[in-house]
Design a protein around this ligand. Structure first.
Ligand code: ATP
Length: 307
């Protein structure tokens, strides 16, 4: 599979006076990328432009340097799993996937549909009508139709919605496999643990804007100015609390009388990592343990959303 790179260059999209996507620039390469953002952040609009069914109001979206919009050649490389339910409830799963294989003009549409349905483990229900499927099954059949032409790029809008835990794990495995094969896989989600579990790389959108980009830990590290919380164990917690609060890098200290746990809120990650060992050394206090209490993507995300 030759590597495919999607480039979004200063892209905006507005609907009347609603700016859904605002001056976004990003590059999406092979492997799995998570597009993270709360509802209404502009994820679906961006995916629509990446897939080539929505025109940017400004800027360009290209796949390996070729404009995506109005370019049927490019569509052959892209598979899209839209958020919306397909309105083809009267078709069987087989007919639905086969129709997509035929639309792509594949040489052997039947073989392609068979392969795609097997990939998502839906052969057992392929003779039943899509309208009778559970939400998770509909999601899988949409996935089969997106995969029917064996695309190098796979775009999925909120693919885990409505899936039960087993289906979710199955889809995660499938996407990991797609990423490992060198495909460019982008999925959107507002559920932080999904993104954290699956994506090597994340792009964060908030209110139409591109809020952050990179590895989850890198993004966290970039945000050195937000408050960070730590739990500390030392040879003299009370003495350390007093010494830390005397410095401006510490926003708050809390020494729990009952449990003896010292928690500290630092204003800046970098300043605090420099301050703590110095203060401890000067006061002759030994540090036994320093652990961050807010490592979760949830805390990073709520920080981005608030800012
Ligand atoms: N066709 C449209 N006409 C008018 N406004 C639209 C249209 N599509 C999207 N919007 C608006 O653009 C903004 C971004 O919507 P979008 O669906 O892209 O966000 P999202 O991050 O995908 O959210 P969700 O997870 O809820 O789908 C919203 O304010 C939405 O109301």
């Amino acid at each position: 599979m030759s590597p495919s790179v999607l480039s979004v260059d200063t892209v905006s999209r507005w609907f009347g006076n609603v700016v859904a996507v605002n001056d976004v620039t990003m590059t999406i390469g092979p492997g799995i990328t998570g597009l993270l953002g709360p509802n209404g952040a502009g994820k679906s609009t961006l995916i629509g432009m990446l897939a080539g069914f929505l025109a940017p109001s400004a800027g360009t979206v290209t796949l390996d340097g070729v404009t995506v919009w109005k370019n049927p050649e490019v569509y052959r490389t892209i598979g899209l799993v839209p958020e919306r339910e397909a309105a083809y409830d009267f078709l069987t799963g087989w007919q639905f996937v086969l129709a997509n294989a035929e639309l792509h003009g594949l040489a052997d549409p039947g073989a392609a549909a068979k392969r795609a349905l097997a990939t998502v483990e839906m052969e057992f229900a392929q003779g039943r009508r899509v309208g009778e499927y559970s939400k998770g099954m509909r999601q899988r059949v949409k996935m089969a139709s997106a995969l029917v032409h064996d695309p190098g790029v796979l775009l999925l809008d909120e693919p885990f919605n409505g899936m039960d835990p087993r289906q979710r794990l199955h889809l995660m495995d499938l996407l990991r496999q797609m990423g490992a094969e060198g495909r460019t896989v982008l999925f959107s989600s507002h559920i932080l643990e999904e993104v954290e579990q699956l994506a090597q790389h994340i792009e964060v959108m908030v209110a139409g804007r591109h809020a952050a980009s990179g590895d989850f830990r890198e993004i966290r590290r970039l945000m050195t100015d937000r408050p960070h919380q730590y739990v500390i164990r030392s040879s003299d917690d009370r003495g350390l609390a007093a010494a830390l609060i005397a410095d401006g890098s510490t926003a708050a200290v809390h020494l729990d009388g009952a449990t003896g746990v010292l928690s500290v809120e630092a204003v800046s990650f970098l300043r605090f990592t420099e301050l703590l060992p110095r203060v401890a050394r000067d006061a002759g206090i030994r540090l036994f343990e320093v652990s961050p209490t807010d490592e979760s993507l949830e805390s990073v995300f709520s920080y981005l959303v608030k800012s």
